[in-house]
Every structure is written in C-alpha cells, then in structure tokens.
Design a protein around this ligand. Structure first.
Ligand code: HEM
Length: 498
C-alpha cells in the first residue's frame, strides 16, 4: 500500500497537482502555502559547487586489513589483520564545473573516507603521486589558470602555459597530465595516491614518514584524445555510467592500500627533500608495503546526500596517523574545513555522510544554523569544559602525537631546487615512457598548446629543454606540424555558396 503524502510538518496533503485559485479560471491564492513551500524549496536545491573538483563520482564500500603494520602505526584500524571499516570514495576532475564532461584531459581526484572506530580518517589525494606546485601561495593562482578567463569566459591555454612556464616545478605533473594517463577510461582503471608525505607513529612513540598508494586491482586503461572527443559527443557522463553500472551489476572495483615508509631520522640524510610534493620517493629505495584492500560494493541511494554532501579534509586524521612538514599539506589542513563551512554550513560534520559511523562522538561545539544533533558532551549540564560533571567528555592525553623536533629561523624560504626539478620528469620521459608514449605526449601537449602565443610557447619549450632536448624538440615539431595543418585548412575554401 502506498504511503500518505504529508507536508514536511507531517500534515496529510489533499493534492500535489492542483493550485488553489479564486474560481476555476482565477488567480492563485496566497494561502496555498504548500505551493509556495514547494517552489521555495526548489529554489534552494543547489549549494555552491566545490571551488575545485566540482564534478565527481562516488561509491561506498569496505576496507579490510590484510597485513600487519602495527610496527609503524598504532591506529586502531590497523591493530588486527582481518579488521574492516566502512569507506566512502569520491573521484573527480579538477578544473571542470559540475556539468563538465567526464572524459576531459585532467588530473583526477581520489578521496577516501575511512569510518574507523577512532574517528574518520580522510585521504584526499589524486591519481598522480605528485602535484603542480609546492607552496600554497601558488595554489589559488594555479587554479585560476585552469578556470575561465574573466573576459572570454572560456578556458585559457595561454594562461595555463604562461603560469607553468614561470613555475618549472610544474613540469613533472604537466608531463603526467599530457601523457596517456591524462584521460583514464573511468575511475575504476587508475591508481590513487595520497601524494603528500604523512606520518605514522607506533605504540612505542616512534615516527615514520609515509606515502599512501591505492594500487588499482583492475587493468590500468586510458583513452586517447580522439577517443575521448568521440565519446564526449555521445555522452558526457561515462564515468558515472561505468561506475554506477559496474557496482549495480556486482562487478566491484578494488584497490590495495600500500605505504612507502621512511624512518623519521632518514629525512635529514636521504638526498632529496621527502616533503616536496613535486617529487616521488623512488620505489627501489622505499618499496610498497601492502596494508589492506578497498572494495566498493554499494551505490549511494541518494547522490546529493552522500556524494555532494561529502566533506573530505586532510585535517581528518586519527591517532597513529599524522601530518608532515610538507608546506602544501599544512595549507590544506586549513583550507578544506573552511571550504566546507562555506559550502555546507557550520555543522557540516553532523551530516550523516560526514559524521563518524563507527566511533562514539563527544564534543562541545554548540549552536548555529542547522543545529539538529543532540547534545554530545555526555551530560546535560556540561556545555563547557572543564566542568564538575561526572560522565562528561574529557580529553585523552594518551592519544597525543609524539613530539616533533623542528628547528630553524622563521623566514620565507624559496624552495628553488634548480636542476633537481628536472631529474624525475627526465627519468619519466626517458626511462618509463617508450617511444610511442613519448610521441603521444608530444602530440597531446602540442594540441593543448595550439592556441598559445609564440612567446608562451618559446618559454615552455625552454622548460622542456631542461628536462630533455628530445622532449622540447618533439613538442616543438608537433606544434609546427599542427600549425602547418591549420594554415592548410584555413586556405582550403570551405565557404558554402549562399
Ligand atoms: C578539493 C583546496 C591541493 C586534492 C579541494 C577544495 C578546496 C581545495 C578548497 C574543495 C573542497 C570542497 O568544497 O569540498 C586545496 C588547496 C590546495 C590543494 C588550498 C593546496 C594548497 C590539493 C592536492 C590534492 C588535492 C595537492 C591531491 C594530492 C583534492 C581533491 C578534492 C579537492 C581530491 C576533492 C575532494 C572531494 O572529492 O570532495 N581542494 N587543494 N588538492 N582537492 Fe584540493
């Protein structure tokens, strides 16, 4: 039997189709409050889209610990092989708006929320192990170059390459972006990375620096520019379609969580800056250590409630996992919660998707818009702390992170690394990519640069030259070939007679 339709205040509704009017052809009466209510609600159905990573696809699942890493972390979730917790992932493109096509060339976001028994732990990473810049001052400007030009209201390759040419630390990430990996076939066929260096501490209080890797258990598959262009002509939503249908059909995507580990003291001697987000840690020196398996086996019942409302933040960490001196990470620890307060509201963490699912929660945050949760201090009279009330929430010093020695003068240290910025992209270009991959990289980059001015192109070739002369020459040749092709097309009479 169907349910009786009610107002949000619970009163039964006589109709949901016919307005109340003065006479059968007359105007609508103001006392048809439910019509007004319905229209007013529709006007409030949208919230600001995320400033970056607006377009995304999500799924729910389970994380299972498969290996003992208690020597590195005392986090309760890692205390036993076989232990599980619920997880929620959101994958995304960075630059496009909410309606952007899924198969555009872009870095993909890779966020995982682990609902552990000691609170929610978020890894908010990408499908690349590194990033464009290593100082947060540069992030808003970088993102501005990815978004629309104020006058043309179009994306601007001129702005992108102008910025990149002035920030050679970008060349590693731009190389990955323009390579085959720039257009994954869908979220299920790419690796994920925490990208930053984080830390773990164990029961003895020993700290290690760690990198998180989500190793894709499906084949890695990417799309060419031509394929993607054709596909976008027929669907702009193929990531959502593929992910939703795979999970609905019982074909559950999986990733293995691995860590790279560096003892705390080794950061001083390891020959590179392990806290520089534009560099990877060599796998030969810091091999992947398996931790557990993520399996995504549920589509959310309501996309908006679970995925649009999801508030990921690198600041969400649990005892046994900590930050590192990575300057970008420090900025992100502030930025995300601030974004959520703006996008979702003061009590965004009380929304069901963001509230801890497996951990008891007791805090002293009090009122504000949408205060819909009960008092969580453990005692009705305890609305401040410290207090006299037995049973009210108290801090637990045992979860304090071991002290971290920091030294040096407070100053603004320019992180210029000169030649060091070109070493890893050079290795990627010469040793990881084969000739066919290098050729496609040249073509993809030339395609992206086509609208740029000659001066921007020349400045970018100069950056590529420092990575490898063949890289600069290959992209220059591909650009020149495209320019010839365009000028031939321009000369071809295409005007159809009136
Ligand atoms: C989303 C800021 C760097 C990955 C966001 C959002 C902001 C932001 C404000 C929107 C949050 C929201 O409204 O829900 C920053 C700042 C950065 C930075 C200030 C540098 C200082 C990075 C890096 C990565 C990354 C290095 C990856 C390694 C993501 C992802 C999302 C995101 C995956 C989407 C999260 C989701 O699925 O909801 N970022 N970001 N960001 N960022 Fe960053």
């Amino acid at each position: 039997m169907s349910k009786r339709l009610t107002t949000t205040a619970g009163a039964p509704m006589p109709t949901n189709e016919t307005s109340k009017t003065a006479g059968s052809r007359g105007p609508v009466l103001l006392d048809d409050y439910q019509l007004i209510e319905k229209l007013a609600h529709q006007n409030r159905e949208r919230i600001p889209e995320r400033a970056v990573h607006a377009k995304g696809w999500g799924a729910e699942g389970t994380f299972t610990v498969t290996h003992d890493i208690s020597q590195y972390s005392c986090a309760a979730i890692f205390s036993e092989v076989g232990k599980t917790c619920e997880i929620l992932s959101r994958w995304s493109t960075v630059a496009g708006e909410l309606g952007a096509a899924d198969s555009e060339r872009d870095v993909r976001g890779f966020s995982v929320k682990f609902y552990t028994e000691e609170g929610n732990w978020d890894v908010v990473g990408n499908n690349t192990p590194i990033f464009f810049v290593r100082d947060a001052y540069k992030f808003p400007d970088f993102i501005r170059t990815q978004k629309r030009h104020p006058r043309t209201n179009l994306r601007s390759p001129e702005a992108m390459f102008d910025f990149w040419a002035a920030q050679p630390e970008c060349v590693h990430q731009v190389t990955i972006l323009m390579s085959d990996r720039g257009i994954p076939v869908n979220p299920m066929h790419m690796h994920g990375y925490g990208s930053h260096t984080y830390s773990m501490w164990n029961a003895k209080g020993e700290r290690h620096w760690v990198k998180f890797h989500f190793r894709c258990q499906q084949e890695i598959r990417n799309r060419s520019n031509e394929d993607a262009e054709k596909l976008i002509g027929s669907t702009r939503e193929n990531f959502q379609e593929d992910l939703f249908n795979a999970i609905e059909g019982g074909d559950y995507p999986k990733w293995e969580l691995n860590i790279q580990v560096m003892p705390e003291a080794e950061a001083e001697t390891c020959g590179f800056n392990p806290f520089d987000l534009t560099k990877v840690w060599p796998h030969a020196d810091y091999p992947l250590i398996p931790v557990g398996m993520l399996e995504f086996n549920r589509n959310p019942d309501n996309y908006f409630q679970s995925i649009e409302n999801a508030a990921y933040s690198p600041s969400n960490k649990i005892p046994g996992i900590g930050f590192s001196p990575d300057k970008m990470l420090q900025a992100r620890v502030f930025s995300y919660a601030d974004a959520h307060r703006y996008r979702l509201g003061t009590h965004y963490e009380a929304l069901p998707v963001n509230a801890p699912k497996a951990a008891p929660m007791h805090h002293y945050h009090k009122d504000g818009a949408m205060r819909f949760f009960p008092q969580q201090t453990g005692h009705p009279d305890a609305y401040y702390e410290p207090n006299q009330y037995e049973g009210s929430a108290r801090p637990d010093p045992s979860v304090q992170e071991p002290p971290l020695r920091i030294s040096g003068d407070a100053d603004r240290y320019v992180q210029e690394e000169a030649d060091a910025d070109y070493i890893q992209p050079r290795k990627l270009y010469t040793e990881v990519f084969d000739q066919a991959q290098r050729d496609r990289l040249h073509e993809n980059m030339a395609g992206a640069m086509a609208p740029c001015s000659e001066s921007v192109k020349e400045r970018w070739y100069a950056v590529l030259e420092k990575v490898h002369p063949d890289y600069a020459a290959g992209v220059r040749a591909a650009c020149e070939k495209d320019e010839v092709a365009i000028s031939v097309t321009d000369e071809t009479p295409t005007k159809v007679a009136d």
